[in-house]
Design a protein around this ligand. Sequence first.
Ligand SMILES: [Zn+2]
Length: 419
Amino acid sequence: MRKLRADYAFVPDLKKGVFSPMANPCITVDESGKIIAIQEYSSPDSNSGKEDGIEYYNGVFVPGFINAHCHIELSHLFGAFEQASGMSGFINQINALRESVDERGRFEAMKQQFNLLSTQGVVAVSDISNCSESFALKRQFLNLVHSDSEELFPVYYRTFVELFGTEESDAEQILKRGEKIAEQAVQMGLKASVTPHSPYTMSPKLLKITTLRGLKSGEISYHSQESQEEEDMIMYGTGALAENYRGRGLSMPEPANTTALEYFLNTVTATSTDGLAKIEGRVNLVHNVVLSQRSIDAAKRVITEPFFTVCPLSNIFIHRALPPLDLMRENNLAICVGTDSLSSNTILSMVEEMRCIEQNFPHIPLGEILQWACRNGAKALGIEERCGSLQVGKTPGIVLIQNLRDFHLTPQSRSVRIV
Ligand SMILES: [Zn+2]
């Protein structure tokens, strides 16, 4: 049993529906990290913080973060990519650089990021894999037992084996190969299934069969409306991305005359074979940089549980653009926050992603952004029962954020996991 005090704790505010700061909290946890009680600490002695058996921290408690989009296996690409390249420039770089570091180097780079995410307070990750290189470390972190002598904490990685392939004739074979990789992960005790990459990297057939297969696991993750180039290619077959594909002799979907998100929904629900009228399950739409009201309406109509993940630092890195967060808030969307990978980011840090949101959208309260980074991410992964908020009965992980100013993140703000 531990009793923990800090200056504030962000706890669910039932009236406002977001997290609000509670002053002078004292949180009691059992040996497993489960929260037994959250009370306001009142003692004439409270300033000394020296009461026997109570740990006092200078800063603010928040629940463990859920990184709602990451490609941890691309960690070796740190510093390798040119910024502001646009989507087609990014794709050229990833094709050229993916194997630029040997296996040992890739493993070491990954391990460093596994450790950092753990110590900084990420308790779960929605992670994209194209191969099995990250599985051993994922298993290690899933089964890790924290003891006071170490600084590492366990982290749950939900693996999505991402599929792509522009040629219709390869679709069945690509799905089969992907399922083998996912099966490897499952054999190692990990939760894993296949997931579609994006509308522009997949034949309509592969997009459909992969989505339907992935949904059987309850959830998929899908790169959606990341750039105007993607939107132009899917809508009209024009723009830099379409030219890139033509130059490489790759197939593209017929111009859809709809937004890229509507194209996805229409392709998956097309009634020709085993199409569904609705897409049932948790669908994590990632990026949403060019999300529009029209796409939002369509997503709400078709997907039973849609989530909209933003990766602001990655969007700035590649496109110098950000998702329309105010439009997303007006529509009451379940917004989540992810770091994406070190190929399109200079750091994997949930605090830095939240600070980027605060800087660019200063009217959004930190309590709301924390709700995205914790509770909504937990919902997207189906782990809300145990994670995502500081509430009695949950085992959410307790994270300390230091160096806030008036409940705003500063360049000095850091997070560290306490429980
Ligand atoms: Zn991604």
